[in-house]
Design a protein around this ligand. Sequence first.
Ligand code: PEP
Length: 258
Amino acid sequence: MRKFYVVGNLKMNMLSREEAAQYLSVLNREVHDKQYQHVTLVVCPSFLYLSQFDDLPEGIAKGAQNLFSEKSGAYTGEISPVMLKNDGVEYVIVGHSERRRYAGETNEMIRGKALSAIRNHLTPIVCIGETKEERHAEETDSVLMLQVKTLFSGFSKSQAENVIVAYEPRWAIGTDVVPTTGEILGVRVLLRKLFTEIFDARTAQRMTILYGGSVKRSFLPAVSWEAGMDGVLVGRESLFPHELVKMMNLFEEEAEKE
Ligand code: PEP
């Protein structure tokens, strides 16, 4: 059965509990009693509001935007994977380019976070992608190869199958510039080839790969199923819950056709 994902990264938005509650009420109203069999929406609010996202409608899961690799201890300001799990979180974004940029996260650190998420029964959504400069220097493939090899080093096949990979070209995030369907498809082919080399064809086939970067509903097909992707990671548009639900509906319709 074809399965798609829509991941909404709400980032450091919604500045009060009231705003979070308002967001949730629109999300609930839009989903109403629709049944989704082929698509999961993962909503990732700020840590502060996670407990408000407990009773989500069917087909919607709770995600976090980051975690720390250790379970507990003297790590001021960090959030443990166990805390997240105990709070009902199922998915966690790791290695978002904004974490790489503002918090200095490296591929090695992100690898540790992804492994820690898996060991604590969370699904990591691992972000990879090249910068504008790397793209112009035609280094996209080599950058992605290095990221994948470092991030997945030492992973077992079953651990790899539990990872969702989000290909997010950094030049496409927040810019309203998106790669062509052909470019995304090219990356999908490259990633499947890399995962086949590192693991095997069966594992590579079972891994979920998303596209992220300036996603809007109007060109959803072009950056997702037409490009061989299993869904999308959405930034700004995820601040509009009705848009997320419309994207879910489009994925559901597409999966039913297949
Ligand atoms: C993101 O930050 O992961 C993202 C995809 O943002 P946007 O959709 O706003 O480009």
